[in-house]
Design a protein around this ligand. Structure first.
Ligand SMILES: Nc1ncnc2c1ncn2[C@@H]1O[C@H](COP(=O)(O)OP(=O)(O)OP(=O)(O)O)[C@@H](O)[C@H]1O
Ligand SMILES: [Mg+2]
Length: 250
């Protein structure tokens, strides 16, 4: 994944909004990158460009050497809210990205059930979203994003609405899913500790128009447990990232 001189401005009724300015970023296959930055700095805009849902107004975005196209299908996206269809059961919701294109096969159903088992939801496959807790719905949304084996998993504040304990548990889950599937992952989060816990590299963005102010390599092993949150090295990394926001608001 390559972003080169990426710019985006939106034309609005009251003039142009310059959302992103000159973002350069390369993401390796299989890498886990987290993006943190103040509200309105263009994080969601960047994710939409990576997903092919928005066109850049300058620079380029490419995936495996090809320009990112709308509906390339190789992307799984998890939104801030789980956005499951309330009238379909969990299994049907997870199969949705496939069933929009063709009739799911029994192999597809096996795949969906494997993902649900991995997310601890095997017994809930036949329940409706309303019968699951918020955290369980969000786990199902992650399964849905993974069902078509995307080479890129994009997550926009997926756990923002959840309590801290559920969030910690899901972070451990996401770490395991990422290791087991080998997918490339980009996570937007307002939680600095979530970014450091999950990512191999944390991108810190400036206020709008967003640009990258620092890239921090997170040197921990790929497999992570919540014990990490108490390590001095973990605290050092989070406070280093936090210092950017203190400076930028001064
Ligand atoms: N469709 C749009 N039309 C016009 N302006 C937009 C549009 N989408 C975003 N913007 C503007 O672009 C800027 C960046 O928005 P974006 O949603 O990317 O920010 P963000 O970093 O994701 O913020 P947050 O952390 O609050 O989610 C904002 O000033 C916003 O008003
Ligand atoms: Mg956003």
């Amino acid at each position: 994944m390559e972003l080169r001189g990426l710019q985006k401005s939106y034309a609005t009724r009251t003039g142009h909004v310059h959302a992103l300015s000159a973002v350069d970023l390369s993401i390796r296959q299989g890498e886990f990158v987290a993006v943190v930055g103040p509200s309105g700095c263009g994080k969601t805009t960047m994710l939409k460009i990576l997903a092919g849902l928005e066109e850049p107004t300058g620079g380029s975005a490419s995936l495996g050497g090809h320009p990112v196209r709308t509906g390339s299908g190789d992307v799984g996206m998890v939104f801030q809210k789980a956005t499951l269809l309330p009238w379909k059961d969990i299994l049907a919701n997870v199969l949705l990205p496939l069933s929009l294109r063709r009739r799911p096969t029994s192999a597809d159903r096996t795949k969906a059930m494997d993902l649900l088992a991995m997310a601890g939801l095997a017994e809930f496959a036949r329940k409706r979203p309303g019968e699951l807790s918020g955290g369980m719905q969000q786990r199902a949304a992650i399964c849905r994003a993974l069902v078509h084996d995307p080479s890129l998993l994009l997550m926009d504040e997926p756990f923002g609405a959840l309590d801290a304990m559920t969030r910690d548990t899901l972070n451990v889950e996401v770490n395991r899913i990422w290791r087991e599937t080998g997918t490339t992952a980009v996570l937007i989060t307002h939680s600095i500790s979530e970014a450091v816990f999950l990512a191999e590299r944390v991108i810190v963005m400036s206020p709008r128009p967003g640009r990258i102010v620092e890239e921090i390599i997170v040197p921990f092993d790929r497999e992570r447990s919540l014990d990490l949150l108490g390590e001095p090295e973990f605290a050092a990394l989070t406070s280093r990232i936090r210092s950017h926001f203190e400076v930028s608001h001064a």
